[in-house]
Design a protein around this ligand. Structure first.
Ligand code: UDP
Length: 240
């Protein structure tokens, strides 16, 4: 059962449950993918039917961002927990290192995925990164990229192209890429590579990660205006 917030269905899971489900999906045949929408992405989906279908088509839709948790509460259908995509992704990488599963890192600027691979291999002994590819490409290259991921034998692929590009890519090319599980994780490769930092613990603990990202990168202000808009839309939905 998913919790509907303005058309996006969220899985009502804790971090542990999400990771357990992710591990199960890695063992099953076929391609699966995970989306981790925040309020900004929900707003994007409301204006873009393909994005909405791609997000809702994911095998796991995890509530990233405190705004989603507030929204669910306001609507009277609370979600049990926030599940930040980067933490979920880190747990899945740890699992792949332990079980010898092959990983592909796709996305971010040239060189970032390679640096992320080096750092992750230090962090998780035995992690097998079987390929990397930057996230800047022409549409016509997508078939070749999917074939490259398939040829690498990767079982898990991180797809970090920003939303909704990564969700659309996974919906469209996930099968062709051949990985059992694809994770759409936005700017996570930048964090793994050390190019960007996650907010310090204080901000995370007080649900102010969004505020930290805003002060660090004021050019995000335009994008972030979608957050109050999201709450206005949730309030409107509640009145109905
Ligand atoms: N990116 C990419 N290809 C593109 C556009 C963006 O690989 O065509 C990457 C970008 O370099 C960054 C990530 O996608 O690493 C998006 O990061 P952002 O912080 O905007 O994503 P969020 O986590 O907020 O969704």
């Amino acid at each position: 059962m998913r919790v509907d917030i303005l058309g996006v269905g969220f899985d009502n899971v804790t971090m542990d449950e999400a990771v357990a489900r992710g591990c199960e999906l890695l063992e099953q045949g076929g391609a699966h993918y995970v989306a981790t929408p925040n309020p900004e992405i929900v707003e994007t989906c409301r204006a873009d039917a393909e994005a909405m279908a791609a997000v809702n088509g994911a095998d796991l839709v995890l509530p990233d961002g405190i705004g989603v948790i507030y929204g669910a509460k306001l609507l009277g259908t609370p979600l049990r927990s926030r599940v930040p995509g980067i933490e979920f992704g880190t747990a899945m990488l740890a699992h792949c290192a332990e079980t010898g599963k092959k990983v592909f890192l796709f996305g971010a600027k040239p060189g970032v995925a390679e640096q992320a691979a080096r750092n992750l291999k230090k962090q998780f002994a035995g992690l097998q990164v079987v390929g990397t590819r930057n996230g800047y490409f022409a549409d016509a290259e997508s078939d070749a990229i999917a074939a490259e991921i398939r040829a690498s034998g990767a079982e898990l692929a991180l797809v970090c192209l920003g939303a909704p590009k990564q969700e659309k890519w996974m919906a469209r090319y996930g099968e062709a890429a051949g990985a059992r599980l694809l994770l759409g994780l936005g700017g996570s490769l930048d964090v793994f590579a050390g190019v960007a930092q996650r907010a310090p613990e204080f901000y995370c603990k007080h649900n102010l990660e969004w505020f930290y990202r805003l002060i660090k990168n004021p050019s995000r202000a335009g994008r972030m205006m979608k957050l109050p808009l999201f709450l206005v839309h949730v309030a409107g939905e509640k009145r109905k």
